[in-house]
Design a protein around this ligand. Sequence first.
Ligand SMILES: Nc1ncnc2c1ncn2[C@@H]1O[C@H](COP(=O)(O)OP(=O)(O)OP(=O)(O)O)[C@@H](O)[C@H]1O
Ligand SMILES: [Mg+2]
Length: 259
Amino acid sequence: MKISVCGKGGSGKSTIVALLANEARTKGYRVLVVDSDESNSGLFSMLGFDYPPVPLMELVGGKKSLQQKMGKPSVLAESRIVLEDLPPQYLVQKDGLTLVSIGKILQSLEGCACPMGVLSREFLKKLTLAEDELAIVDMEAGVEHFGRGVETSIDSVLIVVEPPLESVNVGQKIHDLASGIGISNVWAVLNKVPSGDIAARLEAELQERQIEVVGCIYFDADVFSSSIDGRMPVKGVAVQEIKDVLNRILAKAGLPAPK
Ligand SMILES: Nc1ncnc2c1ncn2[C@@H]1O[C@H](COP(=O)(O)OP(=O)(O)OP(=O)(O)O)[C@@H](O)[C@H]1O
Ligand SMILES: [Mg+2]
């Protein structure tokens, strides 16, 4: 399964990616996290790595080189990619968890992020997963990645929705765009919810908009305070709540339990 985690800026995408990745790994899946956010650079630390991998953008000769090749069908040389094929500097790994990064905007005036979108799209298209492997993509905020076709070879989209209406509206847009390109597994997870009452209101609102909700992560002070150090808590309420979310996703996607 290739699942893309999307949502409004700051809704908790990276947090949900890190929680899901750790839980899936604990369940016995081999988990590949794809950092497809060209702005934020702290995902490696949230996943417990000491340093980030070299971005895949370097593997294709950097942004300039890719820009010249944009639009041409074969951005990466191979027609299929398995993780083992990537040179070691392009991934960081431990305990069944692997992180790859597409690329980061490093300088002012270096141009738009379209080449990163092309590389994300091509990498995800060619990425071939084994049965016990899950790819979880930490997407950039908002909806622009749909315009770049990053989701064309993604089979599931998880929308992170927090209570404010703007977050719900962005979630709706993502839902419609994902459904519009034929992705059948499009779900929402509620995040940073302060009370059961607000969870019920938010869920009712999403139901009204025909957006299926696969779970709720309440506002968790442990998650928030760990973020001051760029880390994720290893236990706490959110770590428990994500178990249900993952179980529902796996059941809905009809995924077999790993051996
Ligand atoms: N369930 C939660 N409880 C408490 N704090 C949370 C929760 N989820 C996320 N946060 C906090 O909200 C902030 C934003 O989270 P995060 O970086 O995961 O969002 P994001 O959607 O990835 O942001 P961006 O759009 O910048 O990539 C962080 O400080 C994080 O710790
Ligand atoms: Mg993020």
